[in-house]
Design a protein around this ligand. Structure first.
Ligand SMILES: O=C(O)c1cc(C(=O)O)c2c(n1)C(=O)C(=O)c1cc(C(=O)O)[nH]c1-2
Length: 241
């Protein structure tokens, strides 16, 4: 298979399975979420945000080639930032404050849905344990992230009072961060998936990752749209500023 056809295959996986197609995102971006459903999303998505730099550290701990580590380390910097200015994590907590939550509550990870925690942990374990090709390929959902971030900025600004440049700064910043990460990741995968078996492995990694993302939104829907909140998970009214 050529590089082009592998890239086409990877993009087709996104077109079919990326979480922009999930009904929770349609609801969120279309203005149909209640304030508590938005809060539930902010609280649970923190689990993913908090785990991303840890999975990138796990990835880097496995790289013997300093060239890969040099490229990869900005991902951790993007999320953690410096002591004074912070990074993506701190920007996420600005969103938490804007929707009325106590940022310390959100950052504590309390109230996160069990299925969300399991999905996020599965991603970190996957990147720690699978061959590097799959570990890199699993990050390629970011090929599809700028489009969902743009749609989200537009949808939230249009429909919700809490949305403004400050509360949505996380997403705005990702629009410039994600493309550089994914350009490197995609090239690396296309360079290294040089047999049909490896191509299949790269595609399977991307499918796995779309499942990680989808499962988090299924959990959110079950708890806060259908109303089956599991024991110990956040209940409206908790963790408010
Ligand atoms: O809002 C989203 O839909 C979304 C999706 C993804 C993704 O596709 O995994 C990431 C992000 N955002 C994101 O902000 C982010 O920093 C990020 C890092 C990664 C990764 O796998 O390394 N995915 C994503």
């Amino acid at each position: 298979m050529s590089r082009e056809s592998l890239e086409t295959r990877l993009r087709a996986i996104g077109a079919e399975r990326y979480h922009d197609r999930h009904p929770f995102h349609h609801r969120l971006h279309g203005g149909q979420c209640t304030p508590d459903q938005v809060r539930a999303w902010v609280i649970n998505r923190w689990a993913y945000q908090a785990a991303i730099p840890m999975k990138d550290a796990a990835f880097m701990s496995r790289c013997t080639d300093p060239n890969i580590r040099r490229e990869w380390r900005s991902r951790i910097e993007d999320h953690d930032g410096g002591v004074t200015e912070g990074g993506g994590l701190r920007r996420w907590l600005k969103l938490a404050e804007a929707v009325g939550l106590d940022p310390d509550y959100v950052a504590s990870g309390a109230g996160i849905l069990p299925a969300t925690r399991f999905a996020v942990e599965a991603y970190v374990h996957y990147v720690r344990e699978q061959p590097l090709l799959q570990a890199v390929a699993s990050s390629l959902t970011e090929l599809f992230a700028p489009k969902i971030h743009e749609n989200r900025i537009e949808g939230l600004l249009k429909h919700y009072d809490f949305a403004n440049d400050s509360s949505l700064s996380y997403f705005r910043k990702r629009l410039t961060e994600a493309p550089k990460d994914v350009a490197y990741g995609l090239k690396w995968v296309l360079d290294h998936a040089d047999t049909p078996e490896k191509e299949d492995m790269a595609c399977a990694a991307l499918v796995f990752k779309t499942d990680v993302l989808w499962a988090q939104l299924d959990a959110l829907w079950g708890a806060y749209v259908d109303g089956h909140v599991p024991p110990g998970a956040w209940r409206p009214g908790e963790g408010m500023a």
